[in-house]
Design a protein around this ligand. Structure first.
Ligand code: ADP
Length: 496
């Protein structure tokens, strides 16, 4: 403040400023009394006192000592230390509850204060300026955040889950002690990300982790299941799930996530797959014999022209074909899960395969109209048997989920260097929510209409895996109650 302004200011300007300042108290350095000299309005509010009642009194006479304050934050200790050390002393946080005269209760409050010595000419502390700031909201926010962290920690510990945080710019890596345990070390071992990565199965690293990482940078979510080798040579499975954090410029800066040990679940799954594979294999042999016996019977009996016998033989044959298809699906499922599903690629015209598959399917459901107009040749290089299986599955679903007299239309076209096959029915259709999940393993729509239609929910899953392995796409367009169009595309073998 410039000196020439002073004459325009009221004489007691400093007193006014002091009294209007937030939370200030001036006491004399006359230890142990510490006489109160001046006090601000806010300080009076907080302590529920009046200026007349406390100015001139010793601090501890006005405010009897609060025994709940610890020694370090006790006013007598602090004031005495300011006088003795002649240093400013801060108390970063302490609790002092404010009395509410209306409710006659104390309200929990947290404060921070600063005790500044004011010296006389000889350098002794004549006054102590005590300035107080209300930090209740900050303390509450801090407590809430600690509580959240503790809750999260408890939840992750209860789920035996490890957490990790990867800095994408500086490659920093922070993880919870559980991660070391999952990788076969004691919880207090400091683990390095690069070392952990060497424990991941080499094939899984190349085929699963690296693609998942690149996909995460695009989609924002990171998820994979891989095998890891522990230092004692045992093999375990882990599942990692995470999210990508982006900066203001939408650049990925961090990845955070969790890791859990899924070995037990995986072993159960493997046992289940082995069981399905074994059971399917055992069923195949008697079924092949039944099929052969039906064929022998047909050879002998068809010439007799007994229409009842012929129809019954045809129906028995169809049922055996359905069962054989089902068993093949189960075998494919277990081969797929154990990575043993082989593809034999040959070049063929899609129109031909569609026609053949329609003919085979129609045998199983005679009378249900299927329309197909073969167009010009459309070549693909693919596993004809497996693609036939996909078409057969889409067709048998179309038959299964629509009325017997409604027409099913099959179309085969070319689109952007791809061959596209579409199977359209006028059946029960699928709502948007279920459409997202149809291609998952064992997924079946749950509705009244589905109650009497049997199935295992593996046809579309297998179809989608087969198409993906051919670098194609598969999808559905449908509305509930208004039929469905299932389609797939495969890269064309020659320019079309
Ligand atoms: P499944 O038919 O043996 O149950 P899929 O994997 O072939 O198994 O099909 C999964 C589910 O998708 C079916 O249970 C059914 O709910 C639904 N779905 C498949 N095709 C159709 C269709 N054409 N119309 C209506 N729903 C269908």
């Amino acid at each position: 403040m410039s000196a020439d302004l002073l004459p325009f200011l009221p004489d007691d300007i400093f007193k006014i400023v002091f009294e209007k300042s937030p939370g200030s108290l001036l006491v004399k350095g006359d230890a142990p009394r510490f006489t109160i000299v001046a006090v601000s309005d806010t300080y009076l509010d907080v302590t529920s006192s009046t200026r007349e009642a406390i100015v001139g009194k010793g601090f501890f006479e006005a405010f009897p000592e609060d025994k709940t304050l610890s020694d370090d934050t006790n006013a007598r200790v602090i004031f005495t230390r300011v006088v003795n050390t002649r240093q400013k002393i801060d108390v970063p946080a302490y609790r002092f509850d404010v009395f509410n005269p209306d409710t006659k209760t104390h309200i929990k409050r947290h404060w921070s204060c600063c005790n500044t010595p004011i010296f006389d000419n000889e350098g002794s502390v004549t006054y102590i300026l005590n300035t107080v700031v209300d930090i209740t909201e900050e303390v509450r926010a801090r407590e809430a955040s600690t509580e959240n962290e503790n809750r999260l920690l408890l939840a992750t510990e209860a789920a035996a889950m490890a957490t990790w945080d990867l800095g994408l710019l500086d490659n920093s890596f922070v993880c919870s002690p559980r991660l070391a345990e999952i990788f076969g070390f004691s919880a207090d071992t400091t683990v390095v990300r690069e070392n952990l990565q060497t424990q991941i199965d080499a094939d899984d690293m190349k085929n699963i982790v690296v693609p998942a990482y690149h996909k995460a940078l695009l989609t924002g979510t990171y998820v994979y299941e891989v095998k890891i080798h522990l230092p004692d040579d045992s093999l375990r499975w882990i599942k990692t799930q995470g999210i990508v954090v982006y900066d203001d410029k939408k650049q990925p800066v961090r990845m955070l996530g969790t890791v859990i040990d899924i070995t037990d679940t995986k072993r159960d799954e493997i046992r289940k797959n082995d069981f399905i594979a074994m059971a399917s294999h055992e069923l195949k042999t008697p079924l092949t014999s039944i099929k052969a016996y039906i064929q022998i019977l047909a050879k002998r009996l068809i010439p007799l022209n007994d229409s009842f016998v012929n129809t019954t033989l045809m129906k028995a044959g169809n049922q055996v074909t359905k069962m054989t298809d089902l068993i093949h699906s189960f075998l494919d499922l277990s081969r797929l899960e154990s990575g043993k599903l082989q593809m034999k690629l040959v070049e063929f015209d899609m129109n031909e395969l569609v026609e053949e598959t329609i003919a085979e399917t129609q045998l199983l459901s005679p009378g249900h109209p299927i329309e197909f107009e073969p167009g010009r040749q459309l070549f693909v290089k693919a596993d004809a048997e497996k693609i036939g299986q996909v078409i057969g599955n889409l067709l048998s679903n179309a038959l299964k989920y629509s009325d017997k007299d409604s027409t099913i239309t099959v179309t085969c076209t070319s689109e952007n260097n791809n061959v596209k096959v579409l199977v359209t029915d006028k059946g029960i259709g699928i709502n948007a929510k279920d459409q997202e999940k149809l291609f998952q393993r064992f997924y079946r729509v749950e509705s009244d209409k589905m109650k009497n239609i049997s199935g295992f929910g593996i046809g579309l899953y297998l179809s989608s895996e087969i198409i993906q392995r051919h670098k194609g796409t598969i999808g559905v367009q449908s509305e509930e109650g208004r039929g469905a169009t299932f389609y797939f595309t495969l890269p064309a073998a020659t320019g079309i």
